[in-house]
Design a binder for this molecule. Structure first.
Ligand code: GLU
Length: 313
């Protein structure tokens, strides 16, 4: 790992550890039972080198960051043509859980808003001896390079309190976008959001995306190059809630955020980098996560459209 980069991460970690601005999510009860001041950053290069600082063993639920990988699994199982017939690829400019905006082809706008992500969960196929839930967990575990599990308490809290998501699922059923088994699909979506990870797991998941779809720990290919390109494109345009445009302008990296306080950044060809800090800004992004990402991108010239020169990493 580049020494300048390691000392940069130590410096920004020390600087922003003191920043206690923002509020933890109150979206449902179990989500607010976390230490608001936790903070961790992990980087994993495409060679599998790891640099990590802070509470990097602390587990939290993956929440919306899961949408990147359920979209990837749907693409792997069905191909882009079929997936695109079910979901659009257009930013909404609306809240991630807004009810319900469909495009002129009767599709949710994109796979990173809840309606689109629920449709993606509905596409996950079971295999002969494994359920849809097993398939999803197996895929996420392969990306992290270790066996992941569902946080039952968060899952139940989200299932019992996620009335807006129930409303979205009912509307998707009403429009015949989801099938009769829509309750099971929504249940799978809640479970997918409740998968426990730490920043090391997320950084390996990101490193797989940075590494052409091959996990640098296990050397297994988990995504075709075409599907990887589709996933990274959507993360670039829609990954950071209603901040995605400004993020593309300022940071310029494919990324995904979740309301538990995680942000996953992909630096293509170089590394996956994850940040966990549960205090959020008004758009639902980790306050410290945004600040670290902006400094990182500027300091090492990582914006993917920075055509003027090579990245400094
Ligand atoms: N499980 C949350 C929901 O569906 C995820 C929200 C998020 O992280 O953006 O509302």
């Amino acid at each position: 790992m580049n020494k300048n980069f390691e000392s940069f991460l130590k410096d920004v970690y020390g600087k922003y550890r003191l920043d206690l601005s923002g509020e933890i999510s109150q979206a449902f009860p179990a989500l607010s039972e976390v230490d608001p001041d936790s903070f961790a950053i992990t980087a994993v290069t495409t060679k599998g080198d790891v640099f990590s600082i802070g509470d990097d063993g602390l587990e939290f639920t993956i929440q919306s960051i899961s949408k990147a990988f359920s979209f990837a699994l749907a693409l792997e199982q069905h191909g882009a043509l079929f997936v695109e017939s079910k979901v659009g690829m257009e930013p909404t400019g609306e809240d991630y859980d807004s009810i319900i905006k469909l495009d002129d082809k009767n599709r949710p706008y994109n796979p990173m808003v809840n309606s689109g992500a629920i449709v993606m969960s509905g596409l996950i196929n079971e295999k002969e001896k494994s359920s849809r839930e097993d398939e999803l967990l197996h895929y996420f575990s392969s990306l992290a390079g270790r066996s992941l599990s569902i946080d039952e308490k968060v899952y139940q809290s989200e299932r019992d309190n996620g009335h807006k998501n129930w409303a979205i699922a009912h509307l998707l059923r009403h429009f015949n976008i989801l099938t009769k088994e829509f309750q099971a699909t929504l249940d799978l979506y809640f479970k997918q959001c409740s998968i426990s990870v730490n920043t090391r797991d997320l950084a390996f998941m990101g490193a797989t995306l940075a590494n052409g779809g091959i996990n640098p720990k296990t050397n297994k290919r988990l995504m075709s190059p075409e599907n990887l390109r589709h996933v990274l494109s959507i993360l670039f345009t829609c990954g950071m809630y209603n901040y995605s445009g400004e993020w593309a302008f300022d940071v310029g990296l494919p990324a995904k955020s979740g309301i538990s306080g995680g942000i996953l950044l992909i630096i293509p060809g170089i590394m996956g980098l994850s940040i966990y800090s549960p205090r959020l800004d008004r758009r639902g992004n980790s306050v410290r996560g945004i600040k670290v990402s902006e400094e990182l991108s500027n300091r090492f010239r990582l914006h993917v459209l920075d055509y003027g020169g090579e990245p400094l990493l």
